[in-house]
Design a protein around this ligand. Structure first.
Ligand SMILES: [Zn+2]
Length: 91
């Protein structure tokens, strides 16, 4: 089993901070778009066991990297909010 730990960490961050990111549409499609965009710009950290995700996460806590991840999420949230691709927004 191979898991990208960053995928879990970014998803948690997004869930936690989505209200502060001024996301226009928070449907699952837009949230996935934001997550995918952010992950494309983030170096993956692969682990072989779900339990190891928390070790990777621990490395990020209280560090500059966490801020970097949040900034990345905010940028991608803005991109998706400016141009939502989902049906909800009638694009
Ligand atoms: Zn949407």
């Amino acid at each position: 089993m191979v898991i990208n730990a960053m995928e879990r960490i970014m998803k948690e961050l997004l869930d936690e901070y989505k209200h502060g990111l001024h996301i226009k549409c928070t449907c699952s499609e837009c949230m996935d778009d934001i997550l995918a965009l952010s992950l494309n710009q983030t170096k993956p950290r692969y682990v072989t066991n779900i339990d190891k995700v928390m070790y990777v996460k621990a490395e990020f806590i209280d560090k500059q990297e966490m801020t970097t991840l949040l900034v990345k999420l905010a940028e991608c949230a803005k991109l998706v909010s400016d141009k939502p691709l989902c049906q909800t927004q009638g694009v």
